[in-house]
Design a protein around this ligand. Structure first.
Ligand code: SAM
Length: 260
């Protein structure tokens, strides 16, 4: 079956694409990418003579027509998506239309901005005895969110929450997390353009989040990470995993016997 490649380009730093993604991009005859989000330095590594197509100004049908045209000419087409294509990649609508033309697809994962952001602030988003869960979501704005996924409901788990596409919705975020019982001093880290040369990090608290966004002029390209795993003093709090506990056995290590 004819196919296109959907490749995760990573969060910005061109070195953060996978080896597989880079190799495929360098073999491609056609590289399509969202110029507002994927780093041009990365796309510049495409093979000489490759057709480079910026898609930010195109609508869905235009993009798909373009892919279909090239694939039917026998060309190898890669579609570069920011971060990992599985998160807010709008890939399935492209795939559905391609299918009508008998064109399949294969996905190569990428480093999502959520993990690039966690790395930028040196955070682990799951900490033993604190939370073992990370929720990836967005606040409701123009794009509706299903009733059972309202932030207030998700936040009732008091785990770590990563908010994509929500930089202009911080008043709403604060209100919904407070309604779920989150303390005003819950740590929040905002990472704008993680891994780009102009990356900006703002560490704040739930109650100060909206003002911090305003003062720092952050209105887009930002990841909001909220919860106690973002506590800048987390290292002093002595949380320990079972995995590295001397008494915990697993397939690769026999536990040290301790007296009760
Ligand atoms: C359309 S979504 C794409 C997400 C992407 N698929 C991913 O895995 O990171 C765009 C949103 O992702 C987040 N984002 C993407 N790149 C980012 C970066 N370098 N730093 C911080 N947030 C980023 C922002 O929340 C932005 O509004």
């Amino acid at each position: 079956m004819k196919k296109i490649w959907i490749i995760g380009a990573g969060p910005g730093d061109p070195d953060l694409i996978t080896v597989k993604g880079l190799k495929l991009m360098q073999q491609a005859d056609v590289v399509m990418y969202t110029d507002s989000l994927v780093n041009e330095e990365l796309v510049a590594m495409a093979k000489p003579g490759a057709e480079i197509i910026r898609t930010a100004g195109m609508h869905l049908q235009e993009m798909v027509d373009c892919m279909v045209g090239f694939v039917n000419e026998g060309k190898m087409v890669v579609r570069m998506h920011t971060g990992d294509p599985a998160m807010y990649g709008a890939t399935m609508e492209q795939v559905a239309l391609l299918k009508e033309h008998g064109i399949g697809y294969e996905v190569v994962p990428g480093v999502s901005s959520v993990f690039a952001s966690a790395a930028a602030v040196g955070a682990e988003l799951t900490i033993p005895d604190l939370t073992q869960t990370l929720i990836l979501t967005r606040a409701e704005g123009r794009t509706p969110v299903p009733e059972l996924e309202k932030l207030r409901l998700l936040a009732s788990h008091h785990c770590t929450i990563a908010l994509f596409l929500s930089a202009t919705l911080t008043k709403k975020i604060v209100k919904e997390l407070q309604e779920a019982g989150w303390a005003d001093d819950t740590p929040v880290a905002v990472i704008q353009r993680a891994t780009w040369p102009d990356q900006k990090i703002v560490r704040t608290t739930l109650i100060e989040l909206d003002e911090a966004m305003r003062v720092n002029g952050i209105r887009k390209h930002a990841m909001i990470l909220a919860g106690w795993t973002l506590d800048p003093a987390i290292h002093e709090k002595n949380y320990r995993s079972k995995l590295y506990d001397a008494t915990f056995t697993h397939g690769f290590r026999k536990g040290v016997k301790v007296d009760d």
